[in-house]
Design a protein around this ligand. Structure first.
Ligand code: AMP
Ligand code: MG
Length: 312
């Protein structure tokens, strides 16, 4: 996609006034504001209806900008060199003199940071003299946005500007790894664990809020289109939308494919898009066939499991 420089200028103007805009990234669209300003980041929480205790990811152009705010370490450098810019978020210690708003971190002394790859957003970050706090551009607990129209459907006129960068190429959120102590995975995401393991050359610790172990009402609902979802379905019910990984001649009615030939990356890119489409097509419920639990398939299954906690 070509740069639209006049749009980047407009985006900067609004951000400089401590307002929110939506930005494109390769994972999902972000709801962005100046991470150094209490006033600006408060608007993110309000627009998203996000609980104040859920901290935000801050987006930087590069290492040079990051070191103004965060302490870095050996593991970080290894991963940064290999995977950034890209779909990985690091938790690092904040520097004592960091200017990051306390509202971003909910007063913790650690910060979640990412370096987005999308060229339009990189150009924007280059033009700003502050980093951008940016959670996914959707109302809390809902499906993330992967294109201009999704963001518009979520916020409408409440949002002053959406910087259009086409469809997000990955379509799922970043993988989150804490590097404060021993490397610890906090969220599955767009970068597969095997790649991270290879670079760090050590076992990873996991502290993912399991969607499995809790009973339905207990599990915090997330990534939900607001419809009941059944997983690992072999035969859909009469009126259910049926999501398949790839074409299957056995089924002909109410079918949505995530990919042409079963490619998991293509499926990931299409997952949120498909969930929104089904809602727009006025189905009351969704069934999903079993998705291979491999590579980014693990992230797809994580999101579907959390979305399936919808009960009403
Ligand atoms: P979202 O912005 O919607 O992609 O979600 C960001 C995720 O990052 C949330 O699950 C937060 O809990 C997590 N997060 C942000 N900052 C921190 C932090 N300092 N420590 C641990 N997790 C964090
Ligand atoms: Mg989110």
């Amino acid at each position: 996609m070509k740069y639209n420089f006049s749009n980047i200028k407009k985006a900067k103007k609004i951000l400089d006034k401590k307002d929110c805009i939506a930005i494109p990234t390769e994972t999902v669209y972000g709801l962005a504001a100046n991470a150094y300003s209490d006033k600006a980041v408060k608007k993110i929480f309000k627009l998203k209806k996000r609980p104040h205790f859920n901290p935000l990811i801050v987006h930087y152009l590069d290492l040079e900008d990051l070191i103004k705010d965060c302490e870095i370490n050996h593991n970080f450098i290894k991963l940064y060199k290999k995977f950034s810019p890209g779909p990985i978020t690091y938790i690092l210690n904040l520097k004592k003199n960091s200017k990051i708003s306390k509202i971003v971190t909910n007063k913790q002394n650690t910060l979640a940071v990412r370096f987005p790859k999308h060229l339009i957003t990189r150009k924007l970050l280059k033009d700003l003299d502050y980093p951008l706090a940016a959670p996914s551009a959707n109302i809390s607990t809902g499906v993330s946005s992967v294109c201009y129209r999704d963001v518009n459907d979520e916020f409408g006129k409440k949002l002053k500007f959406i910087l259009d960068g086409g469809r997000s190429s990955i379509g799922l959120e970043s993988t989150i790894i804490s590097l404060v102590n021993k490397p610890k995975i906090l969220r599955l995401g767009g970068l597969s664990l095997s790649k991270i393991k290879k670079v760090l050359n050590k076992k990873l610790i996991f502290k993912i809020n399991s969607a499995k172990i809790l009973s339905p009402g207990q599990m915090k609902l997330h990534y939900s289109p607001g419809l009941p979802i059944r997983l690992n379905v072999k035969k859909p019910k009469e009126k259910e939308a049926f999501i398949l990984l790839k074409k299957n001649k056995k089924f002909t009615k109410n079918i949505y494919y995530l990919s042409k030939n079963g490619d998991l990356k293509e499926a990931a890119k299409n997952l949120y898009f498909t969930l929104r489409k089904i809602k727009k097509d006025k189905f009351d419920s969704i069934a999903v066939e079993k998705i291979r639990n491999l590579g980014i398939g693990k992230t797809i299954n994580d999101r579907l499991l959390r979305a399936s906690k919808f009960n009403g």
